[in-house]
Write a protein that binds this ligand. Structure first.
Ligand SMILES: C[S@@+](CC[C@H](N)C(=O)[O-])C[C@H]1O[C@@H](n2cnc3c(N)ncnc32)[C@H](O)[C@@H]1O
Length: 338
């Protein structure tokens, strides 16, 4: 039997890679801050060219580029670097799917996560209540960063929804819509559909820009302000969307959003919820659990909820049936049918 001292009892390699996992984040953050991927995208290929284009010294740049190659964001042939598809799609400034603002988001998250042990001791985030001003300063950066992930997930959900069901969608309500990542693909696919996006004015300005970029701007309306204070109307919408909204709220406010979405939907309408969903035991998947900790460390009440909790709350809110659809997203998407 393996003893605790012979090294077989546990894998040191696994422990080491977990302990050093922050280094992967730091490598990506540095490359994004220096705009290394855009430099390569614009034709710089050698470490000398890339260092010069990013105002850096060759010595550190070579190490950074080789590490990015080992992480499969770059490829290297005869001392010339190229972009792997994941980098070309999401990390190059000129790409329509560019994850803008990622290095800023990483910097903020790193600071918050350094308070984790103290927050656990205290039983609450040390950041204190998130004021409306703080939210309105933070979300313009975040919504651009998460746009590619959510736009792609929305597209994949649309591909999986029955055509007959999709064709009945004429009015869409995107609650806390951010850059409109979820509603733009519906507007692109359903040429007669109109979307109403609710968010603070800092975000509706971004949504306007993105909707215009994707050539669906003429079919978007905006309600600006706090979605808890705005009237969403009753029985007006065929599809309501809560895209990464529920995790920002505590249980009571999350339930309130589901109730109000149900009221806003026409009979037969659908509420789409996208979020990180842990299993019923809350033992996995790790990404969902990590995100739950993220909300713990960053907000007073936010968290992640299980399918069991969602099903109970959606039923309580008035929905008749709850289904899920596997999408290109961290967790399956929830469809609640009125
Ligand atoms: C995590 S982002 C999600 C954005 C978008 N739904 C997506 O999935 O890409 C949360 C969004 O909800 C908005 N939001 C949060 N609380 C809000 C409130 N009380 N009133 C209006 N908007 C709010 C934020 O401004 C932000 O755009």
């Amino acid at each position: 039997m393996a003893s605790k001292r012979d090294g077989k009892a546990a894998s040191f390699v696994r422990l080491a890679s977990d302990i050093w996992a922050f280094q992967t984040t730091a490598v990506l953050a540095a490359a994004l801050e220096l705009d290394v991927f855009s430099a390569i995208g614009s034709g710089k290929r050698t470490s000398v060219e890339i260092a010069s284009a990013t105002n850096s010294q060759v010595r550190g740049m070579e190490r950074l580029l080789d590490t990015l190659t080992s992480l499969k964001y770059l490829k290297k042939t005869h001392n010339r670097y190229g972009l792997e598809p994941i980098a070309a799609t999401f990390l190059v400034r000129e790409s329509p799917m560019y994850m803008e603002g990622a290095s800023q988001v990483i910097r903020g998250m790193t600071m918050l996560w350094s308070t984790l042990a103290d927050a656990v001791k205290a039983g609450a985030s040390l950041a204190g209540p998130v004021s409306e001003d703080q939210a309105r300063a933070f979300f313009p950066i975040l919504v651009k960063q998460i746009f590619p992930m959510n736009y792609t997930a929305s597209q994949s959900a649309i591909r999986k929804m029955p055509k007959a069901r999709l064709s009945r969608i004429q009015r869409i309500l995107d609650i806390g819509g951010g850059a409109a990542a979820w509603s733009i693909p519906f507007a692109e696919n359903l040429r007669k559909a109109r979307a109403t996006l609710i968010d603070y004015p800092e975000m509706t300005a971004i949504a306007r820009e993105y909707a215009a970029r994707f050539k669906v701007g003429d079919r978007f309306d905006f309600l600006e302000g706090n979605f808890f204070e705005i009237d969403w109307g009753s029985e007006q919408f065929d599809l309501a969307i809560l895209g990464h909204i529920v995790h920002g709220e505590g249980v009571e406010r999350a339930k309130q959003l589901m109730r109000r979405a149900c009221i806003a939907l026409k009979p037969g309408g659908i509420l789409l919820i996208a979020d990180f969903i842990p299993n019923e035991n809350r033992t996995g998947p790790a990404l969902a659990l990590m995100f739950g900790l993220n909300m713990f460390v960053a907000t007073p009440e936010g968290g992640v909820y299980t399918m069991g909790e969602y099903r109970a709350w959606l039923k309580e809110a008035g929905f008749k049936r709850v289904t899920t659809v596997a999408a290109n997203a961290p967790s399956p998407l929830i469809l609640a049918h009125k």
